[in-house]
Write a protein of this length. Structure first.
Length: 176
């Protein structure tokens, strides 16, 4: 492995370790003990991800011109994620205000499926916008840049994102 991907991985691990620890702490059975990431923490995580990708790519001046659309799509996706998390938290708070029997008697599986479908559709649209933004830049990347991007995207971000989202989905599914 060359020096740059290794450095990017180390940088991500240093900046993301507190976020991962926080996300793993959310796996505790006591829902009241869990804390959500603040908007500032989420923005810091997004900033760190963007910085790591830019560092790993080491773009040429021509490639830098294509970067703003990618960064905007990344930030838009992060904002959508924050909005979904806020809606999820509001739903959990609403359910928490009622007792378990009331939640059981008033459950609506069709409403649950619709909310879930809406969230998935929103995520799909965000990912499509991200792919559309990446395409022009990706086409200009050298094979070495593509390998560095793969290391960052596949091996690091995926694991970090999956751990965090699995916790949220597990909590979401158990609340309904």
């Amino acid at each position: 492995m060359s020096r740059f991907p290794r450095t990017a991985v180390v940088a991500l691990l240093l900046t993301g370790s507190s976020v991962l620890a926080h996300a793993q702490a959310q796996g505790t059975p006591d829902a009241s003990a869990r804390q959500q990431l603040s908007a500032t923490e989420m923005e810091s995580l997004t900033d760190a991800r963007i910085a790591i990708v830019k560092f790993a790519l080491q773009m040429t001046p021509e490639q830098e011109k294509l970067w703003p659309a990618v960064e905007e799509a990344i930030r838009s996706r992060a904002a959508g994620r924050q909005a979904r998390l806020a809606a999820h938290k509001a739903r959990i708070d609403e359910l928490r205000d009622r007792n378990a029997i009331e939640n059981w008697q008033n459950r609506d599986p069709v409403d649950f499926l619709r909310r879930r479908a809406d969230a998935l559709a929103q995520r799909a649209a965000e990912v499509k916008r991200l792919a559309d933004a990446w395409q022009p830049l990706f086409e200009t990347l050298s094979p070495d840049q593509r390998r560095r991007l793969a290391v960052v995207a596949v091996f690091v971000f995926r694991d970090m994102r999956d751990q965090f989202e699995d916790q949220l989905l597990e909590n979401f599914d158990t609340e309904d």
